[in-house]
Design a protein around this ligand. Structure first.
Ligand code: LLP
Length: 419
């Protein structure tokens, strides 16, 4: 459920008519709903009510906007971060250091140091080598870094290949069959408090079966590690729950997910940690755009909009579907390809799709753009960096400004020897 609905024939975000935002901020623009973010945060937590002791760490990569992070901090969420930059953001948004988990396959020594400086709650180690590096840095400071070992369970998540992370050939974690040996060696190091294991097999999962298979393997690993004399107090189950991008899709609900977790992890006696991103932020945001003009095509018309692949990259890189709707729908439809102004054929949001009929200057939205939307935007073709707006009831605020090419050019320099 989200708060982007028609009222008197006009799409609103909560109680704000979307054209009011377009008038004031311009387009393209991301619009987030505070009520939807809060609702999703609550529903995810409630889904896990029978899962025992839990720790929720919002996957910052899905939407790192400070205002969004602040909302989640207020909901009692910590953060799953994958870079020093994300770590700084989570802290700046008011998340407590001890609620922050540092994931990521290539943490540098500077980033490990930063995590220790800030006193974060946990490092999820992606390799034995990273564990050794962290142990060395922590021991030199007379500290013990809290850590888990990320395991690659060799499970096919059944999602897009580019967002699958738990197959043996993927770069993430250590293979499950060698995990006990690596765990044993790392647990002897003075600088580490190796207290558990972590896993994450992919994103936008449409079924619970791969997750159940993965978690069952993790349960066996926890038993094996305990049998070998290790103390296991934390298991990080990652993120990955999918969201509906098309109206007819119905991925598992947080309640279904939570029921499976409660069943599979019964008796583990650990703190279960979660790193949800998309399921919280996805349907909490839309990207609004304006039609520049309509151009006839061979198979169908092209609706050329002022948003492009640089603003929302998912269709171009994952062939992702984002539902398009007119902000003032007339009830009529058209078959059209919705494209941006960028000089690439991959700059296409919808191919020969039946959509609400729109005309030049009309506004439209792409739904389910709150996760992996603005965060992946860039300035290709020297376009501005897309702004973000947060709606709360009948008010709204710009929470990320449009960054104009002039600002970006100001950070570029032509060396004297070219002048
Ligand atoms: N934890 C780890 C270690 C991750 O790698 C990810 C996502 C998450 C948690 C959050 O997963 P979620 O709950 O959001 O599925 N850019 C892609 C998605 C990349 C996901 C990367 N890792 C997209 O637009 O679909």
């Amino acid at each position: 459920m989200d708060h982007f609905q028609l009222k008197d024939g006009v799409l609103h975000a909560e109680n704000v008519a979307l054209p009011a935002i377009a008038e004031q901020v311009g387009t393209p623009v991301y619009v987030y709903s505070r009520a939807t973010l809060e609702r999703h945060a609550r529903v995810f937590r409630e889904g896990l009510k029978d899962a025992g002791k839990i720790h929720l760490a919002f996957a910052v990569k899905s939407n790192p906007n400070l205002a969004v992070l602040k909302i989640l901090a207020n909901q009692g969420y910590g953060a799953d971060v994958v870079s020093g930059g994300e770590l700084e953001r989570a802290l700046a948004a008011g998340m407590k250091a001890e609620d922050i988990v540092f994931s990521g396959v290539g943490k540098s020594s500077a980033e490990l140091m930063l995590g220790l400086d800030k006193g974060i709650g946990q490092f999820n180690l992606e390799s034995e080598e990273e564990g050794q590096m962290l142990a060395e840095i922590a021991a030199a400071r007379g500290e013990q870094a809290p850590a888990t070992l990320r395991v690659n369970p060799d499970v096919d998540a059944g999602t897009h290949a580019k967002i699958s992370t738990g197959k043996a050939e993927n770069k993430f974690g250590v293979a499950i069959d060698v995990a006990p040996d690596i765990f044993a060696r790392l647990s002897k190091l003075d600088g580490l408090n190796l207290r558990g294991v972590a896993v994450h097999i992919g994103s936008q999962l449409q079924k619970l079966d791969p997750l159940e298979k993965c978690y069952t393997r993790m349960g066996q690993l926890v038993s094996d590690l305990r049998a070998a004399g290790h103390t296991i107090t934390h298991v990080d189950l990652g993120g990955g729950l999918g969201v509906p991008y098309k109206p007819e899709e119905s991925p598992p609900s947080p309640a279904d997910y939570g029921a499976m977790i409660a069943r599979v992890t019964q008796g583990w006696d650990v703190t279960l940690m979660f790193e949800p991103g998309r399921v919280i932020a996805g349907n909490s945001g839309v990207m609004m755009t304006q039609v520049i003009r309509i151009k006839p095509g061979v198979n169908s018309d092209f609706v050329i909009v002022d948003a492009a692949m640089n603003d929302l990259m998912r269709p171009a890189i994952y062939d992702a579907w984002h539902h398009f709707e007119a902000v003032r729908p007339t009830g009529e439809t058209m078959t059209a390809s919705i494209v941006g102004p960028i000089c690439e054929s991959s700059d296409i949001f919808a191919k020969e799709r039946d959509v609400d009929r729109v005309q030049t200057d009309d506004f439209g939205i792409f739904r389910t753009a709150g996760a992996y939307g603005a965060t992946m935007a860039n300035t290709y073709n020297s376009r501005p960096l897309v702004p973000e707006v947060l709606v709360d009831g009948n008010k709204f605020a710009v929470v990320a400004e449009r960054i104009e090419p002039a600002t970006i050019m100001a950070a570029e320099h032509v060396p004297d020897w070219l002048k």
